[in-house]
Design a protein around this ligand. Structure first.
Ligand code: HEC
Length: 159
């Protein structure tokens, strides 16, 4: 932590790189803007953003589960020799909140037991699933926003 704070004084672009790495590793929190940028950049290496923008509650499980599945799929592709950067826990937690905030969160429709099971032991995302939306900083900051091209679904989230 001390090292990460010290890094702020290092001139760019090295300082920027170190800060990005500290955030990737979860030592420093992603801001809401950074989470949105991450969501759009990190999730569009295999398919366009439309996949997320057109995704909906009838389409399948909530974004927290999709994020877990895409993280696992990316790891599999890396094992098979694909040139991808694996998602860190901090990124996955930020990205899931960004899509929830921008396109919709229908975790309540699925129930915590189902979501928990679908997260297959992914501790970081399980912790997020157990965190009320009002206490998820990125997602709550985006609650009145909507991604252009999406049809946001606002669910009454259970506290
Ligand atoms: C390594 C490649 C890869 C990355 C990176 C990736 N995806 Fe995917 N994604 C796929 C594939 C493959 C499919 C399924 C095939 C298809 O529908 O085209 C898919 C499908 C989807 C779908 C549609 C699922 C459905 O049931 O219709 C969504 C939503 C989605 N991805 C979201 C994401 C999100 C969010 C991220 C970032 C966390 C992400 N993807 C990153 C490969 C990837």
């Amino acid at each position: 932590m001390a090292a990460a704070i010290g890094a702020v004084a290092i001139p760019n672009p090295l300082g920027k790189l170190i800060l990005a790495e500290a955030k990737y590793r979860g030592y420093l929190a992603y801001t809401t803007d950074e989470a949105v940028t991450l969501a759009y950049t990190r999730c569009t290496t295999c398919h366009p953003a439309d996949k997320m923008l057109k995704y909906c509650s009838r389409c399948g499980p909530p974004f927290i589960v999709v994020t877990h599945a895409m993280k696992k799929y990316t790891e599999l592709m890396i094992q098979k020799g694909g040139q991808f950067k694996p998602y860190s826990d901090a990124e996955a937690v930020a990205i899931a909140q960004a899509w929830n905030g921008l396109v919709g969160n229908w975790e309540p429709d699925w129930g915590s037991k189902d979501v928990h099971k679908l997260l297959q032991g992914d501790q970081a995302l399980i912790r997020l699933a157990e965190t009320p939306v009002t206490e998820r900083p990125i997602e709550s900051a985006l609650k009145n926003k909507q991604a252009p091209g999406s049809h946001k679904e606002d669910r009454k989230t259970t506290p």
